[in-house]
Design a protein around this ligand. Structure first.
Ligand SMILES: *Cc1c(COP(=O)(O)O)cnc(C)c1O
Length: 372
């Protein structure tokens, strides 16, 4: 029998979460962010599932981080427009941007110069990125009008101009910094008569006043709740990836016996320890503390001992029915019905769902399911 670890990807759940993003977006258009191989879920499969939705319910665009990611989607047969969130990394990429029908952000002067020096057969859709307070990419607010005017005056090069920016604190309840960024962008939009694209997942979920003409949810599409405090809407998200394995061995340990490297966990009572085929060589986080939740045969228990490269160990003392071959869910939905959220696992690993999901390595086969 093959090694039992798989990442089950529920494409119906992905569509459900996208439909929720669209519903929340109201009159705004909702693109789907599928960078980093759709946050580890498989970009071509996820884009294909969303593109197959009926017209009017499918994403009008996808977004990725770079040209290579867009090329992989086009090779996979995806025809929907794709936005390059960081634009080009060198001027010679413009020919591919044009040939593949991509849209692109411009965040730096050199990108503007490259675009104006290039003569596309048809103008390229361009989103002008503003640094409204994230202090990562984008033009400072006081330079935006000049760049906007240059691009507006070059209709043979750039079309579909709008202003985009990224929030630093949309996941937090305290809105002071968020409000400052939003006010900055609203002032620019008003002055230039521009439309806006601002909202990541937390802003799509929690800040309708920031929806603008486009929202750009990412992680929520995969069922992770990015909000500090769950909302009524975020509770409707469904997990897309189930990281599923099985017990491959069981140990009976006397009081005081240690488990795994450095003996981090020790039995405080006579214990049954299950060995699970999943480790950091699969992308499971080695920082998972003792107590990190796991579902065994649909019941909650916890990691006991350090995660190894190919295996991890869980305490099944209180799950007497657990044995070799029992289902183990590291996150997602058990066949027995229970759900373990990747967000909860992330908290025990001192990280966020994004790193866990994008961290699942190619060694783990992805299995796709959909009813429709
Ligand atoms: C990744 C990314 C997003 C999506 O963010 P989530 O928090 O996953 O919703 C949106 N906009 C930009 C510019 C990004 O880089």
């Amino acid at each position: 029998m093959a090694r039992p670890l798989i990442a089950d990807v529920d494409l119906d759940a992905l569509r459900h979460n996208y439909a929720l993003a669209r519903e929340l977006a109201g009159g705004s258009r909702a693109l789907a962010v599928i960078k980093a191989d759709a946050y580890g879920h498989g970009a071509v499969a996820c884009a294909g599932a969303l593109e197959a939705l009926p017209a009017g319910r499918r994403p009008p665009a996808f977004a990725v981080a770079c040209l290579e990611e867009a090329e992989a989607l086009r090779e996979g047969g995806i025809v929907t427009p794709i936005v390059l969130l960081e634009g080009i990394f060198e001027a010679q990429e413009l020919a591919r941007v044009e040939a593949l029908g991509l849209w692109m952000a411009v965040h730096s002067d050199w990108q503007v110069e490259a675009l104006l020096a290039y003569r596309p057969a048809r103008p390229i859709p361009v989103w002008l990125k503003v640094d409204s307070g994230m202090h990562r990419l984008g033009f400072p607010p006081d330079q935006v009008a000049a760049v906007w005017e240059r691009l507006s005056a070059a209709p043979a090069h750039a079309t579909g101009l709008l202003l985009m920016s990224h929030f630093a604190t949309a996941d937090a309840r305290d809105s002071a910094y968020f409000d400052r960024q939003l006010a900055c962008m609203q002032a620019l939009a008003h002055r230039l008569g521009a439309s806006l694209c601002l909202a990541n997942s937390p802003a799509t979920l929690a800040w309708p006043q920031a929806h603008g003409s486009w929202v750009r949810p990412g992680v929520m599409l995969y069922g992770s709740d990015p909000l500090e405090q769950p909302s009524e809407a975020s509770r409707r998200l469904e997990p897309v990836m189930t990281l599923r394995s099985e017990i491959i061995a069981v140990r009976e340990l006397a009081v005081g016996e240690p488990v795994g490297y450095a003996g981090r966990w020790r039995a405080s009572r006579p214990s049954r320890i299950a060995v699970v085929a999943c480790g950091y060589g699969d992308g499971y986080d080695r920082h998972a503390a003792d107590g990190t939740p796991v579902l065994v045969a649909g019941r909650r228990t916890a990691i006991a001992g350090k995660v190894s490269m190919d295996m991890l160990t869980v305490d099944v003392t209180d799950i007497p029915e657990a044995g070799i071959g029992s289902e183990v869910v590291l996150w997602g939905r058990s066949r027995h019905g229970a759900v373990l959220s990747v967000d909860e696992v992330a908290r025990h690993c001192d990280t966020i769902s994004y790193t866990l999901l994008t961290g699942i390595l190619p060694r783990v086969p992805r299995h796709y399911s959909q009813r429709t």
